[in-house]
Design a protein around this ligand. Sequence first.
Ligand SMILES: [Fe+2]
Ligand SMILES: [Fe+2]
Length: 273
Amino acid sequence: MKLSEELDRKTLIANLGGPANVAALSPEARADAMEELLQNELNRVSAGKSKYPTVAELEEQVASRPFRRGVGNTFHSVSGNVQRLPPMPAAPTLLDFFRLRFATTANHCLQSAHLALKNGESEEIILACLLHDTVQELMKADHAWWCAQLYEPYVSEKVTFAIRYHQVLRFYPDEAAGYAYPALYRTLFGEDYKPEPYIENAYRILKDHKWYHLPRAVTVNDLYAFDPASHVSIDPFVDIVGRHFKQPKDGLGFDNSPVAHMWRTIITPDRPL
Ligand SMILES: [Fe+2]
Ligand SMILES: [Fe+2]
């Protein structure tokens, strides 16, 4: 059996910081990461430890990295140096960002949107799935709040609500909806992780909210068994974006909206100040 077949794909994805990072790796870098993961797992098991880290073990790892885990994918590389980015049009559209800037998140989000389309979700949910993790290019900590803010001027309140609260609902299983706690989170957050009070408070409000089903649909169509080898085209979603995304005529980043600076930072992340 090949090394790649022996490994738990979800654990590998978690080890690399989530599905978004995996897409950006070359096959060689992915093979190296797999080898390192296998070695770490062997070390854990031979030391009599659980396959999953504890919260305290993850905390101890903080000072072992040259960056913090919450930093956006654009700002560091999981293997080697970051690369020069292609130029963007003067008035960039959402599709330009998918093409030229969402290098580490587009594939995962397209696969989620594709699943939502296949499951017969509404166009607003399909759009929410298409956008739900794209802000991880800029920021990963509390990413759903950042992501909802990034899109708030351009989409409906329902789309924003679905994006903002998928981060909360992913910690709470809902069997009736077909959502189980992902094994990926035992690796990412620690096997003994308990959601912080602000997450619990949000969940208490959400579970009785008339729009509970919106962020729940994002978690149900989110892909935890993400396949980096599979590529979904954006073509099936172009009309949905056209109907539900208010593209500013001056371009994202240049419309003087309260979030324009966030888009500009994604366009030019190499600016020193
Ligand atoms: Fe997410
Ligand atoms: Fe996701």
